[in-house]
Write a new protein. Structure first.
Length: 165
C-alpha cells in the first residue's frame, strides 16, 4: 500500500506551517555560509561573532558578551579560553571594577574582527538589495515578538526567564 502525502504529514514534526521551520532552515543556511568563510580565515563562526561583540578600543566585560551571543556563561568561558590560546583575545582586570574581567582584542583578533565585519556587512548589503526596508522592519518586529514568546513560553509551568514587557 502506497503512502499518501497526507499520511506523511501526520508523522512530520517540522513542516512549512511550523513557525520555527523557516527560521531554522534560514539560520542553518546562514550559519553554513559564515562557517565556510570563517574556516577560510582560521576561526569559527562563534569566535567571529564574539570578536564582533568585543570593543576594539575599550575591551568588553566578559559578563556582557554571553548575552550578546545568546550563550551560557560556562560556554563563553570555554570559548574565551580557546580564543586566548589562538591569540585572538586577552583577559585584563577591569580598572573600573576589580571583580570584573575585560576581554580585549589582540592585534590578530583585530585583524580577524575586521574580516568578519566585512563579511557580515557584505551579507547585509545583499539582503537589503533583495528585501525592502519595509519588509525588513516587519521581519525584525516579528523576530522580536517570537523572541518574546520564547522568553516567556512555559514548559511544565516554568518560564525561560522572568521578565516584564
Amino acid at each position: 500500500m502506497a503512502l499518501k502525502t497526507d499520511d506523511l504529514r501526520v508523522d512530520t514534526v517540522l513542516t512549512k506551517e511550523d513557525i520555527g521551520f523557516d527560521i531554522k532552515v534560514s539560520w542553518l543556511a546562514i550559519a553554513r555560509m559564515f562557517s565556510t568563510l570563517a574556516l577560510e580565515y582560521g576561526i569559527t563562526v562563534t569566535a567571529g561573532f564574539a570578536l564582533l561583540n568585543i570593543s576594539q578600543e575599550t575591551g568588553t566585560p566578559a559578563t556582557k558578551i554571553a548575552p550578546l551571543l545568546g550563550m551560557e556563561p560556562r560556554s563563553l568561558t570555554r570559548l574565551i579560553k580557546k580564543m586566548e590560546l589562538e591569540g585572538l583575545v586577552r583577559r585584563e582586570p577591569d580598572p573600573d571594577d576589580k571583580r570584573s574581567v575585560l576581554i580585549r582584542l589582540t592585534d590578530l583578533g583585530k585583524e580577524k574582527k575586521k574580516i568578519a565585519k566585512a563579511h557580515v556587512e557584505s551579507f547585509n548589503v545583499k539582503v537589503r538589495e533583495s528585501v525592502s526596508q519595509k519588509d525588513l522592519r516587519m521581519f525584525f518586529d516579528i523576530l522580536e515578538k517570537i523572541n518574546w514568546v520564547t522568553m516567556t513560553h512555559t514548559f511544565n509551568g516554568k518560564t525561560n526567564v522572568s521578565i516584564e514587557k
